[in-house]
Design a protein around this ligand. Sequence first.
Ligand code: GTP
Ligand code: MG
Length: 499
Amino acid sequence: MSVANLCHRLASQVSPRTAAGFAEVQRRLAAPLQVAVAGRIKSGKSTLVNALIGRRVAPTDVGECTRLVTRFQYGTVDRVEVVFTDGTKQVLPFAADGSIPAELGVDIKKVSHLEAYLTNAVLQGMTVIDTPGLGSLDAASVSRTEQLLGAAQDDTGSDNLDDTSRNAVAGAEAVLYVVTQGVRADDQQALAAFTAATASREAGPVNAIAVLNKADTIVAETVEGSGGDIWLAAKLLAEKQASTLKPRVADVLPVIGLIAESAESGGFTSADADVLHQLADLDDDVLETMLISADIFTSWECDVPAGVRLRLLEKLDLYGVRRAVDAIRAEPAITAGALRRVLLDASGLDAVRQRLAIVFAARADGIKAAAALASVTALAHASGDPGERQRVHDAIEVLLAKPEAHQLRLLEALTLVASGAVDMPEDLAEEVLRVGSNADLGAQLGLPGAARPELAAHALERAGWWRSFASFGATPAQSRVAHVVHRAYFLIWQQIRMP
Ligand SMILES: Nc1nc2c(ncn2[C@@H]2O[C@H](COP(=O)(O)OP(=O)(O)OP(=O)(O)O)[C@@H](O)[C@H]2O)c(=O)[nH]1
Ligand SMILES: [Mg+2]
């Protein structure tokens, strides 16, 4: 890739310190995309991490581990290491259930972070970083996470990096932000968490998506237009949050992390299915009463032992139990496997995965390259040598001017518009974001499902419009963006016309 070439070529023209930073940037370019899962305390981050990896490995709920950053990356053997602040490491045994132990048995104050190497295939495509919840906006907690994320990279080649350089390359390249109903979408804390999670690198629709987690706990009656349907209520709320969080994130998707985790990580067993069949046989009045609250569900007189009911609740909560019972009543012969599938569908996890694939995986190279360029720039700045800074700056300009760097320029333009650094009328800003943040032609053009000739005509029309906007009526900053958008439309037009 061209940014890697740039690092390689410049290495001999910069100080050894900067060169070491460049080597680290090159190493990161070759590794899977680093996605941080961020959000407030107890928003369900670790639960969602487990669901995505497909294994109950991150400790949830209690324990000192929830206060630490853990990186889940691909490895050929399952292994967890504690990395101490002095750089030393210690291998940790997994707990009996295959998860990372909630208590580490080491001095937590000396721990930098955890590295988990797992054989799960999902991790070949991305490295998932579980972060401690941000409970407040106070600078100390934000900077702590920032520091932790900064340190959260593996060691190879980075030993000769000083702190400034390390910070310049550190941080996640993309963010999956977890919100719940309780969090107001315009909450400044929410936005601060984005910045902290990416080590101050700008997050935008290119590299950030959000989920509205714990959708099952939403009280549907409080959401206008839901008609009492919990999932519809969750979708409406998510849309509302998306319009407030825009343009920080590409999307806000409702999800039920708990059900997703149980369905995907082997937590939901055929014994659970048997219990659900038993519950489905209960009188409707009885079951309705039990499903009013968790307390009633576990304490009501019933043949299923209370302890068994409690465990079921821990895996599915009331909403999951209801969905499963409904499915059994509709199809009494349903197998445990099919029931698991029903629950997985109800959790909304598939949509999150698809969105991750569209927003992150499809653009991983672009996102990584943009992050790498930001790191390279920061490294050159940190060097304090004006000559070096200029050489790096010039090299980047040359690289960006090449036709094949269009994708990078588009990502840059998108970030400028999304972050408000370049001011655009709202409809135009939206158009830029649409062209830049979608992977599918119809969606990019705002004409989903349209036929090719219509798409081609539209792309050509918009290409022309943006070119004249670039020349007339735009400020210099807008004009730069407009040229990039023009070219994006032109390339889309070419692509549509190709047989
Ligand atoms: N009902 C319901 N509970 C959930 C859901 N997702 C997570 N939980 C529960 O919420 C609690 C907190 O979940 P965690 O995954 O530990 O949350 P976290 O954000 O990692 O918490 P910290 O790391 O401590 O900040 C656990 O008891 C989970 O079982 C969900 O979708 N629905
Ligand atoms: Mg956690």
